[in-house]
Ligand binder design. Structure first.
Ligand code: 5GP
Ligand code: MN
Length: 342
């Protein structure tokens, strides 16, 4: 699974105490936060000086995670983050495979002299890293971090706090074990995490059952008033304007998961969420089965991701974006037309 030579080199790097910075991707999700915090606790226990930097703020439903309060938000603490990155001996890049995924942090990372180590599961990694631990078939970066620490012979240095973070990463990146979850290895690791003290149902509640009233009402509104169903293309689109988000007092994380709901309709193979943010239009793509949204996002919407979950951007207005999406999808009409079979 890992390149043994690279693993040995990193193992010897970590023998002496180092200044280490963990970096997460932009618009952080549970995997990039959980994988970074898992490493954070592990590396601290190994005696290193460790900080974790995230490009922008992350949802409040991850803020119960031990150590999350120590994460430094680049947008809020620019010079502190820059200093840490400049001085780092080692920079771990968690859950992304191209520096551009860190947004405004990318330049600082490119210039940094520290050794860059990528731990990730996205396809088509770039070559900007000195060491790459990329396992595309893995459910999540959290799962890879566990396997990686185990391979280093340090499983006893995974504390309960690290286990909580890694479990959260796996749970969220598999949509609570509903996709990217067909490998036995994932469950072997989950079993070990539970053995280390993780309360799986409690973690589920802390992440998924902590909506504000506004967030739940926004979800209802999105489905009843802002969903377009394109039966000819086996696609459903939810769009949310700036005004919609304002009306429901949008907070970071409030639209997380919204894109999954249209997929619960029979015969819908692609779901798209289009959100109007301050300066740009964000797009989230989810598919069932064969349709490759990574390809769609890369080719047509300046983004990327995995086969069944990807994101992208549009420079156009909401209306134009929806028009263009429909035109683009017409080109994929045959690929979108399939039935899920056993
Ligand atoms: P989400 O729709 O939840 O923002 O993202 C879904 C998946 O696509 C995640 O694995 C995320 O890392 C990836 N992703 C989201 N936006 C982008 C993007 O702009 N570029 C690339 N390469 N990947 C993205
Ligand atoms: Mn991930």
């Amino acid at each position: 699974m890992f390149d043994i030579i690279q693993l040995q080199k990193v193992k010897s790097l970590l023998v002496q105490p180092k200044n280490i910075v963990l970096v997460s991707h932009k618009n952080p999700d549970g995997d990039t936060i959980g994988a970074a915090l898992g490493m954070f606790h592990y590396l601290k226990l190994k005696g290193h000086t460790v900080s974790a930097v995230v490009p922008n703020d992350f949802p409040s439903f991850y803020k119960w995670l031990p150590g999350s309060e120590e994460m430094i938000i680049f947008e809020k603490e620019v010079s502190k983050s820059r200093n840490l990155i400049q001085k780092a001996d080692i920079i771990f890049c968690m859950d992304f495979n191209s520096l551009s995924r860190t947004g405004t942090l990318a330049d600082d990372l490119a210039k940094a002299s520290g050794i860059k180590i990528m731990i990730d599961h996205h396809p088509e990694p770039s070559d900007e890293f000195m060491y790459s631990f990329s396992v595309v078939e893995s459910s999540s970066t959290g799962e890879i971090v566990f396997a990686w620490i185990e391979k280093l012979g340090d499983v006893d240095k995974i504390s309960k706090n690290a286990a909580l973070a890694l479990y959260t990463a796996i749970m969220t990146d598999t949509g609570s074990f509903s996709y990217s979850c067909n490998r036995k290895e994932t469950y072997d690791i989950v079993g070990k995490l539970i053995h280390m003290g993780v309360d799986a149902s409690l973690v589920h509640r802390l992440v998924y059952d902590t909506f504000t009233e506004n967030r739940l009402r926004l979800l209802g509104f999105a489905i009843s008033e802002r969903m377009l169903v394109w039966n000819d293309l086996h696609t459903a689109v939810i769009y949310l304007t700036k005004a919609d988000l304002k009306k429901y007092k949008y907070q970071v994380g409030d639209t997380e998961g919204v894109v999954n709901y249209p997929l619960s309709m029979e015969n819908t193979n692609l779901a798209v969420l289009i959100t109007e943010k301050d300066q740009l239009i964000r797009m989230s793509f989810r598919s069932k089965g064969n349709f490759d949204v990574n390809k769609l996002a890369r080719n047509d919407f300046n983004g990327g991701g995995h086969k069944n979950a990807a994101g992208g951007n549009s420079p156009d207005s909401m209306e134009k974006t929806i028009d263009r999406l429909r035109k683009v999808l017409k080109g994929y009409k045959n690929d979108l037309n399939y039935k899920i079979t056993l």
